[in-house]
Design a protein around this ligand. Structure first.
Ligand code: CP
Length: 309
């Protein structure tokens, strides 16, 4: 059983907790393949989605996860909320708490905002991405996709290429994959590589070929223009030419290697369209696994709340 009220990041999760989430998410993935996607597991519980940044996959899948499990689900449109009148995050959280809700899924541009909220509310907080810090449910869905494809995580080589510096996806994947015994190799322009990333177990490759050589999975990361302040690489076309992944480069990976991307994809920048839409791509399966992971987390956190709060 999960021994925490909130899911804030994978840095703080034990390998056993990650495995428990993946096991439950496997059950939910089977549930999603069934004809009737409705259960009363979370009947009487309430989930709020509170996203201060745009999202398609994460927010929608949290909402559907709550609905499929029978919870009441409300999305707060931050642009139309009292946040615009200057209400603080803590005051917003306490207001939602007073409505007796059980879960808040939050995305926020500031690293640490979900942790601050979690300290100040009774509801369980699920981090849907905080600044350049963590995106734990994305890494969990990536790991579920890999485990379902290869039957294991330990021993896999995962190459992560792209904007590592601004990527919360890269950090959560590094923490989670290393805890389950995978090798994580990263490659990006020097200006997009955080200086201390090796301290957390990442290997830094000197070329795309070296990163992809013998890899079981090749993950392209989105160039996050919204978090950059200019001058980190010359142009998108040069980025694509020197740092993007194409069919020729995939030949360095293992024969059954898979292509991953958290989305949204800048087509033709991080990955060529032929890879995005090709037979090695697991990008749509990642989205389905994301829904399964978020359902699993709501179930496990509800069990924790039942037994501990
Ligand atoms: N991968 C991801 O977080 O996608 P969204 O921004 O659409 O939620």
């Amino acid at each position: 059983m999960l021994s925490k009220k909130d899911l804030l990041g994978l840095y703080d999760c034990s390998p056993a907790e990650i495995c428990e989430i993946l096991d439950e998410a496997d059950n939910m993935r089977a549930f999603l393949s069934g004809k009737i996607k409705k259960s009363d597991l979370l009947a009487g519980k309430s989930l709020i989605t509170l996203f201060y940044e745009n999202s398609t996959r994460t927010r929608t899948s949290f909402e559907l996860a709550g609905k499929y499990l029978g919870a009441n689900e409300v999305n707060i449109s931050v642009a139309a909320s009292s946040v615009q009148k200057g209400e603080t995050l803590i005051d917003t959280g306490k207001t939602l708490d007073a409505m007796k809700i059980d879960f808040i899924a939050i995305r926020h541009p500031m690293a640490g905002a979900p942790a601050l909220l979690a300290k100040n509310v009774k509801a369980s907080v699920l981090n849907g991405g905080d600044g350049m810090n963590e995106h734990p449910t994305q890494a969990l869905l990536d790991m579920l996709t890999l485990r379902r494809k290869f039957g294991k995580i330990a021993g896999l080589k995962v190459a992560i290429l792209g904007d590592i510096k601004h990527s919360r996806v890269a950090k959560s994947n590094l923490f989670g994959l290393k805890k389950l015994g995978a090798e994580v190799v990263m490659y990006s322009p020097q200006t997009l590589m955080p200086k201390a990333i090796e301290r957390f177990g990442a290997k830094i490759a000197k070329s795309r070929e070296e990163a992809i050589d013998g890899a079981d999975a090749v993950m392209g990361l989105r160039i996050q223009l919204e978090r950059q302040h200019g001058g980190l690489f010359p142009s998108l076309s040069e980025y694509s030419k020197f740092y993007g992944v194409n069919d020729g480069l995939l030949k360095y990976a293992k024969r059954d290697a898979v292509i991953l991307h958290p989305g949204p994809v800048n087509r033709g920048v991080e990955l060529t369209p032929s890879l995005i839409d090709g037979k090695s791509s697991e990008i749509t399966e990642q989205v389905t696994c994301g829904l399964a992971v978020r359902m699993a987390l709501l179930k496990l956190l509800a069990e924790y709340r039942e037994n501990n709060l």
